[in-house]
Design a protein around this ligand. Structure first.
Ligand code: SF4
Length: 273
């Protein structure tokens, strides 16, 4: 059974073929016989994993004890997860903002400190909340023979919040809308707010700009996401029947259309380059 991940919706809007080659590797590679290139992982992926672990630790403490713990505990947790994630990644791509593992540690420390200062004090959870239902909540929806799955970072009262740590923030409407659809399928009322907290990854030594909080229109996002999920299912069904890469619409003008970010680049699965 194929899985549609909510985190792939944003990239599906950008280039659906790239998103498909990242997510449906068995279908495209093993079953249809297209040779995709090796996946390469940027350091930002491990940094995101680390930052999320620190925030998770912080907010679970807040739910269980009604107050925030010492920030150093959350930084330690974040860096431990970051180091572990790097150890498990064979070929990490560093870049001009995070040139090595140590710089990444400093930047993660910045993320966690700012989240604890700028965001965590203002999040509200119901009394006697179950942390598993509000922090890093995993939901799987069965839809038309497919799994639709997602991890919602934080589900405060009547809201859904996502934490981003990329250098720049891309449009997150479909991802937030996808999470809202999953939460409703899991028994929640429709959320009143869809929020992104963006802690940008910036060079060490530059002044940190702080956290940006953005609110997204709920009905619009849910509608967009629902359409794209169903479109992806139709695309996969068409590809299973035909084996034709054109079932997944390509966008060779995408900013991420290059060998670093796309496993289809320069392959028979996408011959634009
Ligand atoms: S090579 Fe470019 S157009 Fe083709 S799938 Fe990758 S990103 Fe899309």
């Amino acid at each position: 059974m194929e899985t549609i991940r909510i985190s792939m919706l944003q990239s599906s809007v950008d280039c659906c073929r790239r998103a498909a080659s990242g997510q449906f590797q068995k279908l495209i590679g093993d079953d249809a016989g297209y040779a995709l290139t090796q996946e390469r992982t940027g350091v930002y992926t491990a940094m995101g994993t680390g930052a999320h672990a620190g925030v998770q630790n912080m907010l679970i403490h807040k739910i269980l004890h009604g107050s925030l713990n010492n920030v150093q505990e959350n930084i330690d947790m974040a860096i431990w997860e970051y180091d572990k994630s790097l150890q498990e990644t064979p070929d990490v791509l560093y870049d001009n903002i995070t040139g090595n593992q140590d710089i990444g540690r400093l930047q993660i420390e910045q993320f966690v400190k700012h989240y604890q200062n700028d965001v965590a004090p203002f999040l509200k959870f119901p009394e006697n909340a179950d942390p598993a239902k509000h922090i890093e909540r995993h939901i799987v929806l069965q839809l038309k023979g497919y799994k639709v799955s997602g991890h919602i970072d934080v589900t405060p009262t009547r809201s859904i919040c996502d934490t981003k740590t990329g250098k720049a923030l891309r449009a997150c409407h479909t991802q937030l809308g996808g999470y809202a659809n999953l939460a409703v399928s899991d028994g929640d009322e429709k959320p009143e707010q869809l929020i992104v907290h963006h802690l940008p990854r910036v060079s060490v030594g530059k002044p940190y700009p702080g956290t940006t909080t953005l609110s997204y229109p709920v009905d619009f996002c849910m509608n967009e996401a629902w359409y794209i999920i169903n479109q992806l299912i139709r695309d996969v069904e068409n590809f299973k029947a035909s084996g034709n890469p054109a079932c997944f619409q390509a966008n060779p003008n995408s900013m991420l259309c290059n060998e670093k970010y796309c496993r289809a680049y320069g392959t028979k699965f996408c011959e634009y380059h």
